[in-house]
Design a protein around this ligand. Structure first.
Ligand code: SF4
Length: 324
C-alpha cells in the first residue's frame, strides 16, 4: 500500500529520502493550501537551512543561511514575506524590505544568541572600549544591530573584521564565533559571552568517537561550535559553506556538526553521500511548522514591526555588511 497521494507524487519524489511515506499524507493538505495562499496573497516564503524538509523543499521559495536570506530578501518581488526561521531573521528581512509585510509564523521563535545581549550592553561595551569598532552577528535584535558599526554572519565574519582595517574590534555576541575568527586573524577580537545553545553542546570527544566508529568520515563543523571542535573538524564554515563542501568533495560519509535538519536538507541533493547524524535540534527553529505557516498566511500574522529610529540605524549596519 502506498501512502503517497498521486497529486503530490512529484514533490514527494524530491524528499522521499528524508520523509517516510507514512508521514507524507500529514503534510500534503497544508502544502497545497500554502501554495494556493502564496498565489492569492502574492507572498513568498524564505526558509533557513535549519527548517524541516517539508518546509525547506516543499513550500519555500528562497532558502539559505542567514547571509543568503538577507541578500535574497532585498530582491524579493512580492507583497508579503513569510520568514520560516527565527525572529532576528524576520527582523532582518523587514529592515531590508521596509515597505513589505513580513510575517513570522511563531513569535516565540527566538535564539539564545539574540537573547544574550541588549542594546544597553553594547553601549556599555563602547564606553569600556572607546573608538573600537563593533561588529555584530546577525543573530541579534534590531535594537542591538542599531548600536553597531557593521553586522556579520558566520559566512562573512572574517572578511567583515578585515574590512575595518582596525587593530582591535569588538565582536558580539557569540563567544565561540569570535574565538574561531580570532584564530584566523591578527586583529585583536574582544568577545561577548553569548553562546548558541545548539552548537555549544558539540565536543571534541564527539568527533573522536565519530572517527573511531566511522573511519574516514569527513567532519564539518559550524563556527558557532567551541574552538576545540572546530580545531578537530576537517572543515569549518557556515551552513552554506558546509553545503558547498559536500557538493564539491562528495565525501562517501560525512557528519555536519550543526542543527539536525541541515543534514536532511543537504541529503536530498546528495543521495550518494552517507550522512551520519549526531545532530542537535534548535527548539526555536522547530517552532515553525507547515500548520503555522498556513495560519500566518490565512490570518496575516505575526506582523514584524521595528521602531523607525531603530530600523534606520540597524539597516545601515546590515547594508554595510552586504557590500563587504
Ligand atoms: S541554532 Fe543556535 S544560533 Fe541558530 S537560531 Fe537556534 S539557538 Fe540561535
Amino acid at each position: 500500500m502506498s501512502a503517497v497521494l498521486p497529486s503530490s507524487a512529484s514533490l514527494y519524489d524530491r524528499v522521499r529520502r528524508v520523509i517516510p511515506p507514512i508521514e507524507w499524507p500529514l503534510f500534503v493538505e497544508d502544502i497545497d493550501a500554502i501554495q494556493e495562499l502564496k498565489r492569492q496573497r502574492n507572498a513568498v516564503i524564505l526558509a533557513h537551512n535549519y527548517q524541516t524538509p517539508e518546509i525547506f523543499h516543499c513550500v519555500a521559495d528562497i532558502v539559505g543561511d542567514s547571509l543568503a536570506l538577507a541578500r535574497k530578501a532585498m530582491t524579493v518581488d512580492a507583497e508579503i514575506i513569510v520568514l520560516a526561521g527565527v525572529h532576528f531573521m524576520a527582523e532582518t528581512a523587514k529592515l531590508l524590505n521596509p515597505d513589505k509585510t513580513v510575517l513570522i509564523p511563531d513569535l516565540g521563535a527566538g535564539c539564545s544568541l539574540a537573547e544574550s545581549i541588549t542594546a544597553e550592553d553594547v553601549r556599555l561595551m563602547r564606553q569600556r572600549y572607546p573608538s573600537v569598532p563593533v561588529v555584530t552577528y546577525v543573530n541579534t535584535s534590531a535594537a542591538v544591530k542599531a548600536e553597531s558599526d557593521i553586522c556579520c554572519t558566520s559566512g562573512n565574519a572574517l572578511a567583515v573584521v578585515k574590512s575595518l582595517g582596525a587593530p582591535r574590534v569588538i565582536m558580539l555576541p557569540d563567544e565561540y564565533l569570535a574565538k574561531n575568527i580570532a584564530a584566523q586573524t591578527k586583529v585583536e577580537i574582544i568577545a561577548w559571552k553569548g553562546r548558541c545553545e545548539v552548537h555549544e553542546r558539540f565536543t571534541a570527544a564527539d568527533i573522536r568517537e565519530l572517527r573511531e566508529a566511522h573511519p574516514g568520515i569527513s567532519v564539518l563543523a559550524h563556527p558557532e561550535c567551541p574552538p576545540e571542535v572546530v580545531a578537530e573538524a576537517d572543515f569549518a564554515g557556515s551552513t552554506a559553506a558546509m553545503s558547498d563542501y559536500v557538493a564539491r568533495h562528495r565525501p562517501a560519509r560525512v557528519v555536519l556538526m550543526t542543527e539536525c535538519s541541515m543534514s536532511d536538507n543537504v541529503a536530498v541533493e546528495h543521495p550518494e553521500v552517507d550522512f551520519v547524524r549526531p545532530c542537535n535540534l534548535c527548539p526555536h527553529m522547530k517552532r515553525i511548522t507547515l500548520a503555522n505557516i498556513r495560519t500566518a498566511l490565512e490570518e496575516n500574522r505575526h506582523v514584524v514591526t521595528i521602531d523607525p529610529h531603530v530600523a534606520e540605524r540597524a539597516r545601515w549596519a546590515v547594508e554595510r555588511m552586504l557590500f563587504v
